[in-house]
Structure formats: C-alpha cells, structure tokens
Design a protein around this ligand. Structure first.
Ligand SMILES: *[C@@H]1O[C@H](CO)[C@@H](O)[C@H](O)[C@H]1NC(C)=O
Ligand SMILES: *[C@@H]1O[C@H](CO)[C@@H](O)[C@H](O)[C@H]1NC(C)=O
Ligand SMILES: *[C@@H]1O[C@H](CO)[C@@H](O)[C@H](O)[C@H]1NC(C)=O
Length: 539
C-alpha cells in the first residue's frame, strides 16, 4: 500500500476497488430463488392443498451467518397474492423488507419480488412464514438458522449436528375455507392434529455419545405445545437470539410464534426414543410424535409416551421465569449480553395493550384497546413515504385501554426513535395469547395473574431476563416487556395466533424521527412493488 501511494491515479483505483472488496469481504452475499406453488400432500392422512417452496413442505431452510446479506427472489405461482415474513429477523433500518401488508404490497400471482436484507447482529433459530390471507394454514414456512461469525465465541461446545423442528397445529380444511369461516365472522374450529416438519412420522438420526442441537419453533396457528424426548433431557442454550442460563429441562412449553434451541446428548442405551409435542391449555390434547434414532439402534421406540403438562398454567408461568440471560455470555456480538443494563434505564412511556373479542356489525373480530385493525390496500410504509393521505391515522388507537364500544381502523401508534418503553399486555380473556413485535426483540420482565398495576413493577426481573421477539400472555393475566426503540420504521405488533391477527388483533408501531437520515433508515428499495394508492408513484 505505501508504495502505491506514490502513484496518485492508481491510488484512487486501488482504494475504490479495495472498499468494494472490503464491504463484500465483511458481509457475504447469499442468493436464493424460491418458487412458490400449490401442491397436494396428506400430512394428516387426507389429501389437501399445501403451499410448497421449490417443491418442498416445509420450505427450504435458510442456513446463514450473522450479518450475511440475503438476496432472495420469491416467484409467486399461486392463484392468490403472497408475501413471506421473517419471524424475528430484525430488518435493521429496513422495515421495507418485513413482508407484511403494512410494509409491502403482496406479490401478485405470476409475479416476483426480490427481498434484500441483512441478518445484522443476530444469532439463533428463527423461521419464515406466509403473512397474507390464511396461507400460514397451508405451510409455506421454513427454518432460519443464523450461525455465529468465525471468531465469535458461543457459550457452549459446537454441537455435532443440527435438527430443525417446525411444530404446529394443523387443519385438514383448505386454507381458503378457513379464511371464509373467519370472514363470515366465525371462529376457527379446533385443529385436527399437530405436525412435526409437515408430517406425523419424522425420524431424527444421531450417533450415540454425540450432542445435537434441536431448533424448535411453534409454526402453528393457535395452540401452545409442550415438547419432550423420551429418556432424554434438554439443555436450553438459546431463545430467539438470547444466550440463556443453560438449565436442564425434561419438557418445554413453546407458544405460537416462538423458537428455542436446546442441546440433547444421545447418552442412553442404543434404541429408538419417542419425541413428543402435545397441545397445551386445550380441552382435548392433540399429540404428535417423531422418533429419535440412534444409528446403532436395532429396537423401535416403545413404552408409554413421556407425559407432560396439559392445563397447568402456573407450571408454564414458573418455567417461563426460569428462562434467563447469561449475563457474561455474548450473543451475536463479542460484548457480554449483561453489559447492557436494561433494568436501570428509565422508561419514557407505558403502553397497555388489552386484547378483546368484540362483535362488530354482528361479526366476531379481535381488537387491541377496542380497535380492530383492518388492512389498507396501500401499505402504510408506502403511504408514509409517498405522502398519500387518508390511509392510516396515528390517533386511532389509544396507548391504554379506555372502555367503550369497539370499532375498526387502520391503526398506527407513533413513538420516537430512541425512546425506551414499557409495554404491558393485559389479557382479560380466558384464552392464551401470544404477542409478536416485528423489527425488535425485547426484555420480558414480568408475568403475573389478574390485572397489571404500577406496583407490579416491584416483581419485574430487572437483572437477567432474556430478550425475545414473541411473548406469551396467560389467560386472565398480564405480561410486561421493555423495548429499546432503536430501529426506525413501520413495525407490526400483532397476535401470533393467526385467527386473532387476521380478524384485527394487531396494529403498527411507527418508530419515527423528524430528521430524515440514511443513518437511521435505509432508502426505499428500487424494486419495491406498488399497489393501491401508491400505483403511479416511483421510488
Ligand atoms: C423479479 O426477478 C428478476 C430476475 O429474475 C429481477 O431482476 C427483478 O428485480 C425481480 N422483481 C422484483 C420486483 O424484485
Ligand atoms: C454463561 O456463559 C459463560 C461464558 O460463555 C459460561 O462460561 C458459563 O458456563 C455460562 N453459565 C451458565 C450458567 O450457563
Ligand atoms: C430516572 O428517574 C429518576 C426518578 O425520576 C431520577 O432520579 C433519575 O435521575 C433518572 N435516571 C436517569 C438515568 O435518567
């Protein structure tokens, strides 16, 4: 380098080439083309329509590394518009790529859209799924594994292998019929079964003495499950990007939209063992099994299935409180998780979100603080960018429940970039809730029964709770989270329970700053699809 500096002209060329090379060397690009089609499979023994990605159900797994740049072209060959969203991928400064109807136009049939995003500062097990209509009831989902960069230590020995387990309740009914049911103002029926990786009989093969990571996600529509393995314990190591205190569990509750990673050592006599996922908090218990097979085993799985909790709410709440941050371990970046003292920062506001199931115009809807969200034909993000009036209102939803009649609106709550907020999910209904926020993870500081009140703050874990992107709320209970609003954009806050999301239990959090700066938010992508009132506008 020193010598080339003597040649000014060459220097420019070399430096320009070098800077391009450095960007690429730091953050590799990964290119994908995914074709989405409909096909016929019989996951519960009867043929039904499923959504395939490159012919697969579940879809292809994304195996990436922290900070990778993903260039992923989705070609929609369905007869309906389609979008994928990336559950827990934070889309830093980039809500343009979030893949929900408030940020993106759905990809029309026989058309395509290329997502461009980075897995910035993230590590762990995640999944993607279709966000529009009731496509999620037909598959179209897949796992996302984000591995550590070279030289970034992880707080456990590198596993001998990885298994992805996408587990969820499933309906034999076609997704279009399920949607008609919801559109007519009725609730979905009870699911017909539970699938593990799209089947009723998956086998996971491993060698005796080795340790494998099980990356478990609840990709279902409505039901929490409990997961366990006959004769084996599980060491919890990662939850939605947090490295946890490595407690040992016999069984784990995973709520809709959540992911956990556990290590399982094949340390038992060589035979086959049952893997079980059974529904939680349901009158009828649906059970799915898979098989853990030792490669030197000659005996099929046998004996009674390991039992797990079914309705015990306090058991689940107690277990949830044991999910804690390892303060000295790092996550995707080298600094220890505990170096951010989340419990010592004053919050700037408290938002209380109460879910409800009102009848509006005689039809069942779900609402947040009395407002049932309706999608606009124009994505809110585009309306905001192109200054298209009349699409949404930032005054339509209150930040605390106010009583009175429920109504529908395209509701947006506006908050300032760099605020530090407390959000309380107040569930006065008798059903389980699961809340998800796009663009963020957050500290789940407390779970409690009954009504939340300011004095409940004394019970918060302000020392070592973990961050995650989806938090469960138990029946007639509350859950409190703290969120550091460091990611500008238009972010979906929704029920992960899909019937509730579909019928209005969601809104958008507009994280906003008056100063327009590319340091805070990326510019509109040049290939963005336009629809609704955005037609005719160009990036
Ligand atoms: C559709 O795919 C083509 C490549 O096949 C790509 O050039 C184009 O940008 C894609 N369209 C969008 C909107 O991303
Ligand atoms: C926490 O992480 C540290 C650093 O990786 C590790 O040495 C320690 O065993 C972990 N502690 C627990 C309780 O998991
Ligand atoms: C937080 O609020 C308390 C009480 O209002 C105040 O005394 C304290 O200085 C604040 N701390 C910070 C770091 O702003």
């Amino acid at each position: 380098m020193a010598r080339t500096l003597l040649l000014p002209l060459l220097v420019c060329v070399v430096l320009a080439a070098l800077s391009v090379a450095l960007v690429k060397a730091d953050d590799p690009y990964r290119f994908y083309t995914w074709t989405v089609t409909s096909g016929t499979l019989s996951p519960l023994g009867v043929p039904q329509e499923v959504i395939l990605i490159n012919g697969q159900f579940p879809g292809p797994r994304l195996d990436v590394v922290t900070n990778d740049n993903i260039i992923l072209n989705v070609i929609n060959k369905l007869d309906q518009p389609f979008l994928l969203t990336w559950n827990g991928i934070k889309q830093r400064k980039n809500s343009w790529q979030d893949g929900v109807l408030g940020t993106n136009c759905p990809i029309p049939p026989n058309s395509n859209y290329t997502y461009k995003f980075q897995t910035k500062d993230q590590i762990g097990s995640y999944f993607y799924f279709p966000s529009t209509l009731m496509h999620r009831a037909a598959g179209g989902y897949g796992g996302i594994n984000i591995y550590q960069r070279p030289r970034i230590p992880i707080p456990y020995p590198i596993q001998d292998g990885d298994f992805t387990l996408l587990i969820g309740d499933w309906f034999k009914t076609n997704h279009k019929i399920l949607r008609q049911t919801l559109d007519s103002g009725k609730s979905l029926p009870f699911p017909d079964g539970v699938l593990i990786n799209g089947q009723g009989h998956t086998t996971f093969n491993g060698d005796q003495g080795k340790t494998y990571m099980f990356r478990i996600s609840n990709v279902g529509l409505s039901t929490s499950f409990n997961f366990r393995i006959q004769g084996h314990t599980m060491k919890l190591v990662e939850v939605e990007g947090s490295h946890t205190i490595q407690n040992i569990y016999d069984s784990l509750d995973v709520h809709v939209g959540q992911s956990v990673s556990v290590l399982v050592t094949f340390n038992q006599p060589p035979k086959d063992y049952y893997i079980v996922a059974s529904t939680r908090f349901t009158k009828n218990v649906l059970t799915a099994t898979a098989v853990l097979h030792y490669t030197n085993s000659h005996s099929p799985a046998s004996g009674p299935l390991p039992t797990g909790p079914t309705y015990e709410i306090h058991w689940s709440m107690k277990q949830a409180r044991t999910f804690r941050w390892n303060l000295t371990a790092n996550a995707a970046r080298p600094n220890p998780q505990g170096s951010f003292h989340y419990g010592k920062i004053n919050t700037t506001r408290t938002i209380v979100l109460a879910n409800s199931a009102p009848l509006i115009n005689g039809k069942l809807r779900y609402a947040v603080n009395g407002i049932s969200y309706v999608n606009s034909d124009t994505p809110l993000k585009l309306a905001d960018y192109f200054n298209i009036p009349g699409i949404f209102s930032v005054n339509s939803i209150q930040s605390v429940p106010s009583g009175g009649a429920s109504s529908v609106a395209t509701s947006v709550m506006q908050v300032n970039l760099h605020e530090y907020i407390e959000v309380v999910f107040q569930n006065n209904e008798k059903t389980m809730q699961s809340w998800h926020l796009d663009g963020y993870d957050f500290w789940v500081v407390g779970y409690g029964s009954g009504q939340w009140a300011a004095e409940k703050r004394r019970t918060y874990n302000l020392a070592d709770t973990l961050t995650r992107h989806t938090a469960q709320v138990y029946p007639q209970s509350w859950t409190a989270i703290l969120v550091s609003l460091d990611n500008q954009g238009m972010w979906n806050m929704r029920s992960a329970i899909w019937e509730r999301q579909y019928l209005g239990q969601q809104f958008y959090l507009k994280v906003w700053n008056a100063v327009h700066s590319l340091a805070n938010e990326y510019d509109i992508p040049s290939n963005i699809l336009v629809c609704g009132k955005a037609v005719g506008h160009h990036p």
